[in-house]
Design a protein around this ligand. Structure first.
Ligand code: 5GP
Length: 139
């Protein structure tokens, strides 16, 4: 069973498509958080960012890079929040990796990306050092 986004890529479900190339695809979100809210996806289905092969990741970033100013200009936005919900615990509902480009406006009442946090941790220097070196060894 293909994801709803693959069905959009295949033209089985209508969408307002704004960009397409060999590896990537972009269309307006059906439930926009702001005018111009756009989703950018790889055409192939990968559930999470870490599942995306390097060449597709490069193509995906190139499309995001081109679309952010296009989207902002189209709706005369002051800025944009560009983000992935990467995994169910982070709020990802469609298991097909997608980047949200959400245009932002002065005084729009929205928050920064920091607003996603629930209770923030109180970490010691030792814990921060340990986490940093653990990440470093896994890259
Ligand atoms: P997620 O929560 O997985 O990061 O975001 C999924 C996004 O896909 C939501 O913002 C939702 O509005 C959007 N979406 C879900 N189904 C459809 C659809 O059929 N068409 C379009 N254009 N967007 C969809």
């Amino acid at each position: 069973m293909s994801t709803i986004f693959s069905q959009i890529v295949d033209g089985e479900i209508p969408a307002r498509v704004v960009y397409e190339d060999e590896a990537t695809f972009a269309f307006l979100d059906a439930n926009p958080l702001a005018p111009g809210h756009t989703l950018v996806i790889p055409k192939e289905e990968y559930e999470r960012l870490n599942d995306v092969p390097e060449d597709v990741a490069s193509a995906l970033y190139a499309t995001i890079h081109a679309l952010v100013p296009a989207v902002e200009d189209a709706v005369d936005a002051d800025a944009s929040t560009v983000a992935f919900n990467n995994g169910e615990a982070a709020g990802q509902e469609v298991p097909h990796v997608h980047c949200h480009i959400v245009p932002r406006f002065e005084g729009d009442g929205g928050g920064p990306i920091h607003a996603i946090a629930g209770e923030t941790p109180d970490l010691s220097d030792g814990e921060l050092d340990e986490i940093a070196s653990d990440i470093e060894t896994r890259v």
